[in-house]
Design a protein around this ligand. Structure first.
Ligand code: SF4
Length: 362
């Protein structure tokens, strides 16, 4: 069986989550609430956590946000990364206020002296650092040398920041190299991982929203993970960040890197479809979105491939004219009218989850 072989990187820690060095690829997201609104941000973090987020990044744009960050940290169920741009003092304050990791772009912090202050704050707090290199904000000198924000320019930038940070005796660092162009991002990560064993945060920045953003992220992150590159991932989508988690887990599941929650296998429908597959699959996905246990659930529209797929899955429905057969663990459980299929399927899954070892509830 084809398996992904992950590249060996050094290990760092973001709060309780290990990153790199063979640790499972962790899933990140970022809040899009105003950080100064403590309750709204905490509420979003809790929703992200329920959807499978393991590390969350929070923007800290000013002093008020630092104060709120401390309150958020006190109640957050997830490790927090403080995302800082331009002002090194905010990074230092966030480190003192409970951040588990600081995300900076050393290129916009204002020179080595200020970067050194941030590194010292991270070292004093015993936390890690993410050096986030972005094609959109590369140093002017590098843009001139490389004729633009090329993959080589991004890698050179990351390596030079790393060299400086290591010269200060600090090595709990991970790196990201993000561009909105998928191929350039892949090239940058590949080049970097040939030269360094620093753990990598992988993502496609400004991927967009909805299906196109999900597809772009899945291709970029998927190709990298398939080549063994990536220790923690973030799918960036415009809109509610909870949607990012669904895509992230689907990427990890597809590559058999991690399993969590329900995978709905539904047929694309065709001229033979005999039940309302689209609506049914959507309702199944919705009803099972909080189940943590890795399960496959098939929703199939007719008797051609339906029974086979439904039997292979942990649970399944195979449609027939105005009715359908419900399967559980490969066995036919019952035949019910179409309007009772959802309830019948869910009741079998509910029963399974209530058994010893079942994870989650409906
Ligand atoms: Fe068409 Fe049946 Fe295949 Fe669904 S399972 S796509 S309805 S042939």
């Amino acid at each position: 069986m084809l398996n992904v072989e992950r590249r060996k990187t050094r290990q760092i820690r973001v709060g309780s989550v290990l990153v790199g060095g063979g640790a499972p690829v962790s899933v990140q997201s970022m809040t899009n609430t105003d950080t100064r609104d403590t309750e709204a941000t905490l509420d979003q973090i809790r929703r992200l956590c329920a959807a499978g987020c393991e590390i969350v990044r929070v923007a800290v744009p000013d002093e008020d946000a630092v104060q709120s960050f401390a309150r958020i940290k006190a109640e957050s169920p997830l490790p927090l990364i403080a995302d800082i741009h331009f002002d090194w003092r905010l990074a230092v304050a966030a480190a003192k206020n409970g951040a588990d990791c600081l995300r900076i772009n050393p290129g916009n912090i204002g020179g080595e002296k200020k970067v050194a202050e941030v590194v010292k704050a991270a070292a004093d707090a015993g936390i890690s650092l993410r050096v986030g290199v972005n094609a959109g904000s590369l140093e002017k000198g590098l843009l001139k040398t490389y004729g633009g924000p090329t993959a080589e320019a991004m890698v050179t930038s990351a390596l030079s920041h790393l060299e400086f940070i290591r010269s200060l005796g600090f090595s709990d660092v991970k790196v990201s190299l993000k561009a909105s162009d998928v191929l350039r991002t892949i090239e940058a990560y590949r080049l970097f991982s040939e030269k360094s064993d620093t753990p990598l945060h992988v993502g496609i920045t400004e991927a967009g929203g909805g299906l196109s953003g999900a597809a772009k992220s899945a291709v970029g992150i998927g190709v990298l993970l398939f080549s063994g590159i990536g220790d923690t991932i973030r799918v960036s989508l415009t809109g509610d960040p909870v949607n990012e988690l669904r895509v992230a887990w689907q990427i990890l599941r597809s590559l058999r890197l991690r399993q969590r929650g329900v995978e709905v296998i539904s047929c694309p429908t065709c001229g033979r479809t005999e039940i309302g597959v689209e609506k049914l699959a959507e309702s199944v996905e919705q009803a099972l979105s909080h189940v943590v246990e890795p399960l496959t659930v098939a929703v199939m529209g007719c008797v051609v491939n339906g029974p086979g797929e439904a039997r292979e899955a942990d649970f399944g429905i195979a449609g027939g004219r105005g009715q359908g057969i419900v399967f559980a663990r490969g066995k036919v459980m019952e035949k019910v009218p179409e309007d009772q299929l959802l309830d019948a399927l869910l009741s079998h899954i509910r029963k399974h989850l209530a058994e010893p070892g079942g994870k989650g509830s409906l």
